[in-house]
Design a protein around this ligand. Sequence first.
Ligand code: SDX
Length: 371
Amino acid sequence: MTATKGLEGIVAAQSSISSIIDTTLTYVGYNIDDLAEKATFEEVVYLLWNKELPNEEQLAELKQQLADNMTLPQGVLDHFKTYPIKEVHPMAALRTAISLVGLYDDEAEDMSKEANFRKAVRLQAKVASIVTAFARIRAGKEPVAPKSDLGYAANFLYMLDGKEPEAVAIEAMNKALVLHADHELNASTFTARVCVATLSDLYSGVTAAIGALKGPLHGGANEQVMKMLTEIGELENVEPYIQNKLDNKEKIMGFGHRVYRNGDPRAKHLKEMSRQLTELTGQKKYYEMSVKIDEFFTAQKGILPNVDFYSATVYHSLGIEHDLFTPIFAVSRMAGWTAHILEQYENNRLIRPRAEYVGPELREYVEIDER
Ligand code: SDX
């Protein structure tokens, strides 16, 4: 038995949710380029869960269900005020709060298909409220209740800021949510599937997935990109900064991908959004620095930007705090996680690979007084 480090190239599941072929990403057969330009996030959520785009009636019903389920139990809101340390990362708060929400769900342990679908709706609805409520409470503000006449992207921004967002911000947030919604067997989705393949519940699967997304090699990279841009500060510092990282064999966050060797198809959309939004908000410097990093690093190493690179400046331009970038990724990816969990339940088998043992050979037990 020989191990494949990082399971590279291993096909570990069949799925009809999303597909990556070279640089083409599709959700249930629809090209991400079309969905990014034309679809609302709610349409994409419906698509991932039902494997078909909704008609008007079906979409209206889903929107209503999401709006109806966005309110958080008071106990979840209260618990944000009980953390023993001050600087809790929002991804840690989200991981905990999602697990906590499960304790308020009468159907948490009901494994019927119908109950699991209802839980997926609740999770998708509540994840936006959790991220925004935590952000407000830690800033000493009151959480803002969702507005049922706003779409998902608009509601997210509204619950975060307390004022209705402008059309351009809604459009950008919607597109970002569409682009992050699913991505085949990425680390967090795989984690979710491994967890629920034991026939554990949806809340456990999603909580595990959030833990996996949090790391800087996965979803956590977008926050690190903004940290890098802040450290660089000015355009003329880009080359020496990146060169220094390369000399020290450090990773450049937001670049590289296990699957894409010829570029991440989501990056071009985010790059264009970044260009427009940084210009609109008078922060062009961040876009220019990003492009310079992109050009310099790509010329040096041939490694291209991934979804996390330009999303950082998109969220920054929307005035979002940097440590909320990865939670926003989770808000979107909730759609993919829950879709994959439902799919795993449909045709389940325990996921249990083997390890290549590289430890000591069989040896005699030595009594403690002889060691
Ligand atoms: C996401 O899987 C998904 O689908 C994830 C995702 C999704 O939608 O779910 O697309 C979202 O997680 C995007 C990735 C976010 N992470 C980062 O931006 C962190 C920086 N990137 C890397 O650490 C790296 O590219 C990974 C983690 C994304 C991929 O890692 P791999 O496939 O294990 O590749 P590797 O680390 O073995 O790298 C191969 C070579 C190495 O060089 P050599 O040792 O062979 O000379 O490429 C180099 C690496 O050093 N390399 C980088 C680099 N990425 C790869 N060198 C510097 N900076 C980088 N970012």
